[in-house]
Design a protein around this ligand. Structure first.
Ligand code: FA5
Length: 347
């Protein structure tokens, strides 16, 4: 076989290999094997020194032709394979933007938290500060500083979870009054505070009572604070919570820490006062306890009761939420049934 024939055969063989190559690694191997320094073409070119002067340029230019043709085919095939690799990668990474997204369940604030924050906002708008208290409290603040010494019969009004003789789960948010009063610097202005939070009583759970519930305590101390201020404040609160045409009425009551003490009713938002199942046919709904801070409570906190007076109130957000949303059983707030909770998505 002449050199030319050998080269011709090599060309055909290599072109077939190039055509058959399906990936870039194999293609590169073909290039190295055929056109590389140790490849057959280089070998032919190297052996030219043994050829006659006549044959040398012919074989030389033929070998170069074949080398160029193969290099061209290798390049062309490389482009095809690169394009195919790119297409395959794009197809694999393809994102279908029309697919619907995964729904992440989003939590909501509990309806009682929402109600309490709504009321806090109303008070902040009237210049009150929001104060946090302790759920585990001293008997001293929960009772004694609230004018309920150890043997006071009115302690029975709030059946208590004791931890030790002196430590208990607070039965109301009123101890925050005492803690705030003793710290307040009256030279800087009057005291206006609300304190929301959990309270605990050994009450038997039923539709309107829970052993754990919430209260919002309110306290204002200044010179010349009157019962009229208390009434006006609570009227604003109730109108914002239950509608502009709500009215309130005060009924005499008893709390050891206020004198006089009142129970506050709001005119029924459902029947407007005609009488219905929500207000038990009375036209009024009892909503909170309040009164003028007892002089003993002021004095025990180091406040001169001849100069200062104040009002206080304690309302139950659980009951307010029940009234507003028509919830018949307070225990629904605490069972954490997602079907119930999800009804109050808030804004
Ligand atoms: C008190 O706890 C007084 N500390 C309120 C107060 C503060 C009066 C400041 C004067 C001055 P009372 O026990 O009535 O009061 O409770 C207040 C409110 O808490 C009630 O009107 C009611 O809405 C709510 N409440 C009381 N017991 C329960 C209970 N077991 N479950 C749910 N809510 C309750």
């Amino acid at each position: 076989m002449s050199l030319q024939e050998k080269l011709e055969a090599l060309k055909h063989e290599t072109l077939a290999k190039i055509e058959a190559a399906t990936d870039l690694v194999v293609l590169n191997q073909i290039r190295v094997e055929t056109l590389g320094k140790k490849g057959p073409i280089t070998e032919v070119l190297r052996g030219m020194k043994d050829l006659s002067a006549e044959e040398r340029p012919k074989v030389g230019s033929f070998a170069n032709e074949i080398r160029d043709a193969l290099a061209e085919q290798l390049e062309a095939r490389k482009e095809v394979l690169e394009q195919e690799a790119m297409d395959a990668a794009l197809a694999k990474e393809r994102i279908d933007v029309t697919l619907s997204g995964k729904q992440m369940p989003i939590g909501t604030r509990h309806v009682l938290t929402q109600i309490m924050e709504e009321m806090e906002d109303i008070f902040v708008g009237m210049g009150y500060q929001v104060v946090e208290g302790y759920e585990v409290e001293k008997d001293h603040y929960n009772f004694e500083r609230m004018n309920l010494p150890k043997d006071h019969p009115a302690r029975d009004m709030q059946d208590t979870f004791y931890i030790t003789d002196e430590i208990l789960l607070r039965t109301h948010t009123s101890p925050v009054q005492a803690r705030t009063m003793e710290k307040h610097d009256f030279s800087k202005g009057p005291l206006r505070m609300v304190s929301p939070g959990k309270v605990f009583r050994r009450d038997t759970d039923d539709a309107t009572h829970s052993h754990q519930f919430h209260q919002i305590e309110g306290l204002v101390i200044d010179k010349n604070v009157t019962m009229g201020d208390l009434k006006g404040t609570l009227e604003v609160l109730m109108q914002k919570m239950f509608g502009e045409d709500r009215e309130i009425r005060l009924r005499p009551s008893y709390f050891p820490f206020t004198e006089p003490s009142v129970e506050v009713d709001v005119s029924c938002f459902k029947c407007g006062g005609q009488g219905c199942n929500v207000c038990k046919q009375t036209g009024w709904i009892e909503i909170l306890g309040a009164g003028m801070v007892h002089p003993n409570v002021l004095e025990m906190s180091g406040i001169d009761s001849t100069k200062y007076s104040g009002f206080a109130f304690g309302l139950g957000p659980d009951r307010i939420a029940m009234l507003r949303y028509g919830v018949n059983d307070i225990r629904d707030f605490y069972h954490n049934d997602i079907r119930f909770i999800h009804q109050f998505k808030g804004e």
